[in-house]
Design a protein around this ligand. Structure first.
Ligand code: ATP
Ligand SMILES: O=c1ccn([C@@H]2O[C@H](COP(=O)(O)O)[C@@H](O)[C@H]2O)c(=O)[nH]1
Length: 240
């Protein structure tokens, strides 16, 4: 049921890297990032503490075509560096809207961004700053979905919001199967057993074990982020 005030005090948003491209073929579209940041700023102004894990799919993925033939770990480090670029762009746009943003990286790149230090991240959140977590988990063979589950659990987020290109979890990938139907809610076990490809199994398992629910919703739908934060029936809830 929707609330008059935010339903959550601290949230972790997993923002798809690909969403930052808009209709472009690659990279970062400033108009798109500006609109997304506007929506994030709106919930932050309501007093919600906001942390973001940003993906890298708009630039490089360790498993994608551009990495064919490469050593997997090397390709994954390139993917993590791609997320650092996105994090810098996101924080820059946040700072321009009046939010104070801090980027923290899971891999050392000290001349560019500060390292991830959990107590410091918690301090920033308490101070009302938006924290953008870059470089995923810092380890190859993982994804930024798993980083979202990990950081969400570490900072004590009440909800992971997977802000993506589709408006929820479907019985099959809705971009490939027009007959796919959307779930309003489902359990982590169902999502894993049915092998629903919206998030990887490591991320689902970590959230399940930590009893950290996930809301999957479309970042392209204006107002959807605020609706989720207000507790409205938006997207798909994945729960224990
Ligand atoms: N069962 C399913 N329900 C909904 N979406 C699904 C499903 N299976 C696969 N997908 C696909 O998963 C995609 C999720 O993509 P998203 O870009 O958010 O993930 P990502 O790869 O973690 O992010 P990034 O773009 O940063 O790499 C959707 O666009 C959708 O096409
Ligand atoms: O913990 C992590 C997170 C990410 N990677 C690599 O980065 C890219 C981009 O991340 P997405 O989650 O696909 O947006 C990913 O394909 C991996 O190559 C990683 O190695 N470890």
């Amino acid at each position: 049921m929707p609330h008059d005030t935010p339903a959550h005090k601290r949230i972790l948003i997993k923002l798809s890297g690909e969403a930052l491209m808009g209709d472009d073929a690659f990279g970062i579209n400033q108009a798109v990032i500006g609109r997304i940041v506007g929506e994030i700023a709106e919930v932050a102004r309501m007093g919600v503490q906001v942390a973001v894990v940003i993906g890298g799919g708009n630039i490089f993925r360790g498993m994608a075509g551009g990495a064919v033939g490469m050593d997997r770990a090397t390709a994954d480090y390139m993917g993590m560096l791609a997320t650092v670029m996105n994090a810098l762009a996101l924080a820059d746009a946040m700072n321009k809207t009046g939010l104070t943003a801090r980027v923290m990286s899971a891999i050392s790149i000290d001349q560019v961004v500060e390292p991830y230090v959990r107590p410091k991240a918690l301090q920033y959140l308490e101070e009302g700053k938006a924290v953008v977590f870059a470089a995923g988990t810092g380890n190859p063979f993982f994804t930024t979905d798993t980083a979202a589950a990990l950081r969400g659990a570490e900072i004590g987020a009440e909800l992971v919001l997977k802000a993506t290109k589709v408006d929820g979890v479907y019985s099959a990938d809705p971009r490939k199967d027009a007959q796919a139907t959307r779930y309003a809610r489902l359990s982590f076990d169902e999502a894993m057993t049915k092998n629903l490809g919206i998030m990887d199994a490591t991320a689902f398992a970590l959230c399940r074990d930590q009893k950290l629910p996930i809301k999957v919703f479309s970042i392209f739908k204006p107002g959807a982020l605020k609706a989720v934060v207000m507790g409205a029936d938006e997207g798909t809830l994945v729960h224990v």
